[in-house]
Design a protein around this ligand. Structure first.
Ligand code: NAD
Length: 235
């Protein structure tokens, strides 16, 4: 184990309160492509065509077909050792908050409990008319799906240019400010306001195979994958 990983693990062991911010990279080793890496969704799709309220208003069926394709790919994915290490960390730490930008539900599937989902959840449907939320993991054959009230349902995710779920950012910021250690795993830290949480951390441990704009400023910049490094932080 490289010495900076052991030093970071020491800080994690000593922490009474831990916050974790995860991004798409944490699910890469479960076979779910990230947004910006090679083979990522946005290399093959223009986000303006898919993940905006305007795109949905223009062509809901097209947007839904893409989401349904992603839902089916994600349904086949399983949590990896990085997700599982975070469950164990939650079990050990007196205070633990997992803040995720991911919409895939793999943290829930692994068993994490105290999760703040900044960008929603791909398994939730949201009625654009009555606001009803519905959990639906099944294959949606008739697209777009409709609510019992007659309104159209949309994916329960936050699209580009939309507000985050009410209170989510405030709760996340409070958890980060109160944490002795903030672990930042698998995020390019380019999407705001989520990335704005990183400078709020006291001791910050970043895990990423690549460098980010925060790598020079964090306490520990651990170069490697989350499935490899997160279990090592458990010591
Ligand atoms: P991103 O694609 O911008 O960045 C992914 C980061 O993960 C990169 O910095 C990359 O170097 C790193 N990475 C790649 N493989 C890794 C690994 N094995 N271990 C650790 N790190 C690895 O993703 P982002 O920062 O989360 O931000 C973009 C948006 O993408 C978010 O809003 C999120 O909602 C959305 N998104 C979610 C999923 C998902 O739910 N799984 C998938 C794609 C995109």
């Amino acid at each position: 184990m490289p010495s900076n990983v052991s030093a970071a693990a020491e800080q994690v062991r000593a922490a009474k309160s831990i916050a974790v911010l995860t991004g798409a990279g944490v699910s890469a080793e479960s076979g779910i492509p990230t947004f910006r890496s090679n083979g990522g969704y946005w290399r093959t799709h223009r986000f303006e065509d898919l993940a905006t309220p305007q795109a949905f208003a223009r062509d809901p069926k097209f947007v839904w077909e893409w989401y349904e394709e992603r839902r089916r790919a994600i349904a086949a994915a399983r949590p990896n050792s990085g997700h599982i290490a975070l469950v164990e960390l939650e079990r050990r730490a007196p205070h633990f908050t997992l803040i995720t930008q991911n919409v895939d539900g793999l943290h829930d599937l692994a068993g994490s409990k105290n999760i703040i989902k900044l960008h929603g959840d791909i398994w939730t449907l949201h009625c654009v008319k009555c606001g009803r939320e519905k959990l639906a993991r099944e294959v949606l054959s008739d697209l777009p799906p409709f609510c019992e009230c007659g309104g159209m349902m949309r994916p329960g995710v936050v699209w580009f240019g939309e507000m985050l779920p009410a209170g989510a950012m405030e709760r996340a910021a409070e958890a980060v400010r109160n944490a002795d250690v903030l672990i930042v795993a698998g995020t390019s830290a380019q999407v705001y306001p989520a990335a704005g949480l990183i400078p709020m951390g006291r001791t910050v441990i970043e895990i990423n195979p690549d460098r980010t704009s925060f790598s020079d400023d964090v306490t520990f910049s651990l170069q490697g994958t989350s499935a490899e490094i997160l279990p090592q932080l458990l010591g």
